[in-house]
Design a protein around this ligand. Structure first.
Ligand code: ADP
Ligand code: MG
Length: 289
């Protein structure tokens, strides 16, 4: 549906058979092309929420709309969700290329067209030329890139990623989180990205939803969350330096320009009017301000 959100959750609750309510009254929107992170401690209900969106768990109350379509009664394979989990779950007896082709080989396209498309997806994930490789020869990071390409190839309406980097070591995780953002942004797919890692959430996502005990306690960009944290979210906002600056200009594509230490700095995800005070979170990465 034109003009609708990629994903819209209204008052979503997920209750397990034993009566345990893992997700409680969650309402959140993901805009087309937007990456939303669900950030929370283990057991806060992140995976339950993702599984509810995918149809792997039943949503007990509320509505899940994907591109404007109510998913009630729609089975997992018809929802148009691409999924990536902590373990890549590749088909061991297929090559890298055959893994990526999996979701598009019965699409009516010719073998040559599928071949070409597989090559393009592999290039996007940084594995150009890997099509003929056995998946058993890949490193953990490479395998996860293949899993990502395989999920993106059928052009899902939304990507759902559940801690895709948490099995990797810290350095690789940092490197791949920057890569993941680039790949998802270039693919243009909206995504929900589950993580318990603060840095990863803010590196990968446009906005972060902080989950606690099954509830989303706050949603926003880094400057929203650091500028106006609600008390329940503060435990998850790692102490990082912030400075206050005055907005001097609204940017045409959204965001504002501020003056910091006599230099002008554009903050594409900050909101406000000229003259407003804006909180700027200072990160070490080059990927954001
Ligand atoms: P997270 O992904 O944030 O770690 P989960 O969504 O996996 O959290 O789990 C949230 C809560 O739901 C936890 O307390 C967990 O024990 C409970 N839970 C998860 N799966 C089930 C299930 N199948 N039956 C009952 N409780 C479950
Ligand atoms: Mg989980």
């Amino acid at each position: 549906m034109a003009g609708s959100s990629a994903l819209s959750l209204t008052h979503v609750t997920v209750t397990y058979a034993d009566g345990y309510e893992a997700v409680h009254d969650v309402s959140v929107e993901v805009e087309p092309g937007e990456i939303l992170a669900l950030l929370g401690a283990s057991g806060s209900g992140k995976s339950s929420m993702l599984r509810g969106i995918a149809g792997l768990e039943e949503v007990t109350t509320g509505h899940v709309l994907i591109q404007g379509e109510d998913t009630a009664g729609i089975p997992v394979h018809r929802r148009g969700c691409g999924m990536v989990f902590q373990s890549p779950q590749l088909f061991p007896h297929r090559t890298v290329g055959q893994n990526v082709a999996y979701g598009i080989e019965r699409s009516g396209r010719s073998r040559a067209a599928v071949h070409q498309e597989v090559a393009q997806w592999l290039e996007l994930v940084g594995l150009a030329g890997f099509a003929g490789r056995a998946v058993t020869t890949l490193s953990g990071g490479q395998a996860q890139r293949v899993a990502l390409a395989r999920s993106l190839a059928p052009r899902p309406r939304i990507m759902l990623l559940d801690e895709p980097l948490s099995a990797l070591d810290r350095r690789l995780r940092e490197e791949l989180s920057v890569e993941l953002r680039r790949i998802l942004t270039q693919a243009g797919t909206a995504a929900v990205y589950v993580t318990h890692d603060h840095d990863e959430a803010f590196t990968v996502a446009d906005r972060v939803a902080i989950m606690r005990d099954g509830r989303v306690v706050q949603v926003g960009t880094m400057s929203d969350l650091y500028g106006h944290p609600v008390p329940e979210a503060e435990g998850f906002l790692r102490a990082i330096p912030t400075v206050r600056a005055i907005a001097v200009r609204k940017l045409p594509g959204g965001g504002v320009r501020v003056v910091l230490d006599r230099s002008e700095v554009d903050l594409p995800d900050a909101r406000g009017e000229v003259g407003d005070e804006v909180v700027v979170a200072l990160k070490e990465h080059g990927s954001s301000h």
